[in-house]
Design a binder for this molecule. Structure first.
Ligand code: B1M
Length: 218
């Protein structure tokens, strides 16, 4: 018989939400919630992406897999470690303009809020102007942006340009499948060649995002 872990993987891949909660509970008897996330749910979603990339899956199927993934994460959330107490800081979070991918962004939100941060989640497809307005309004400790498409990742240097132009210094954390550390390094510099005063930090996953924010408010 297949393990609950294998069945979770297959249910995400085959777009079947039924009973995914019970399978997660089963997996939780063998590994902590964070391992269920990192070792079971994220690899399943990666498998979906790889198969879509290889032309094996059509887009509506990917969307349905994403819904199963969301259901799974929503159930898992209560088991992920939570730190109670006063807020450690304020983070404005968004998926960039033109980009509808929000699973990664939502995970970052979960991890940050579970660890004591107040997250102002602006949702997806958010224009830079809206992001900066919110950051000013709440006096954010950091801005977090997610981009999954190569085309929309250009919003990140654009955001840096706007921050720089307005003399704002909010640290900027960027993540998402479309970008990498090298992109983060390049994004640190405004068009006039000056490094952005607030700093640009690349986060490869939600936990690295948390580490960065914790470092910033220390
Ligand atoms: Co789309 N999609 N998609 N898609 N999709 C990708 C990104 C793609 C790589 C698939 C592929 O071709 N293999 C490809 C991008 C190619 C490229 O630009 N290089 C792609 C494409 C092409 C598209 C469309 C253009 C398809 C089309 O219409 N022809 C279209 C674009 C729509 C748009 O945005 N304008 C599209 C649409 C969709 C769906 C709507 C069907 C659905 C999204 C549903 C949703 O999010 N609500 C979808 C999905 C699900 C995917 C894949 C399969 C999975 C993405 C995902 O959720 N991963 C994806 C394949 C892939 O990524 N390899 C793909 C799980 C998630 C937890 O990971 O978001 O990377 P991720 O987040 C991680 C880290 O990156 C990091 O932490 C997270 C947790 O560890 N992180 C941060 C992310 N943001 C962070 C921010 C931080 C810190 C860390 O600080 C602030």
């Amino acid at each position: 018989a297949k393990s609950a872990e294998e069945r979770i993987h297959l249910q995400i891949l085959h777009r079947r939400p039924e009973g995914i909660e019970a399978l997660i509970d089963d997996a939780l008897t063998r590994r902590p919630a964070v391992a269920v996330l990192n070792e079971v749910l994220l690899p399943a979603m990666k498998d979906v992406g790889d198969r879509f990339g290889a032309g094996e899956l059509i887009l509506p199927f990917v969307l349905q897999s994403a819904e199963v993934m969301k259901k799974a994460v929503a159930h898992l959330e209560q088991f992920l470690e939570k730190k109670e107490g006063a807020t450690k800081g304020n983070v404005v979070l968004a998926t960039v303009y033109g980009d509808v991918h929000d699973i990664g962004k939502n995970l970052v939100k979960t991890i940050l809020s579970n660890n004591g941060f107040t997250v102002h989640d602006l949702g997806k497809q958010v224009p830079v102007a809206t992001i900066l307005e919110k950051a000013v309004q709440v006096n954010a400790d950091a801005i977090g942006l997610s981009a999954l498409l190569v085309s929309t990742s250009k919003q990140m240097p654009f955001c840096v340009e706007e921050l720089h132009r307005r003399n704002l210094t909010f640290p900027l954390i960027i993540g998402g499948a479309a970008i990498n550390r090298r992109f983060g390094y390049k994004t640190h510099f405004a068009q006039d060649g000056a490094p952005y005063a607030g700093g640009v930090f690349y986060a490869k996953d939600a936990f690295e995002g948390l580490e960065i924010v914790e470092g910033l408010v220390d």
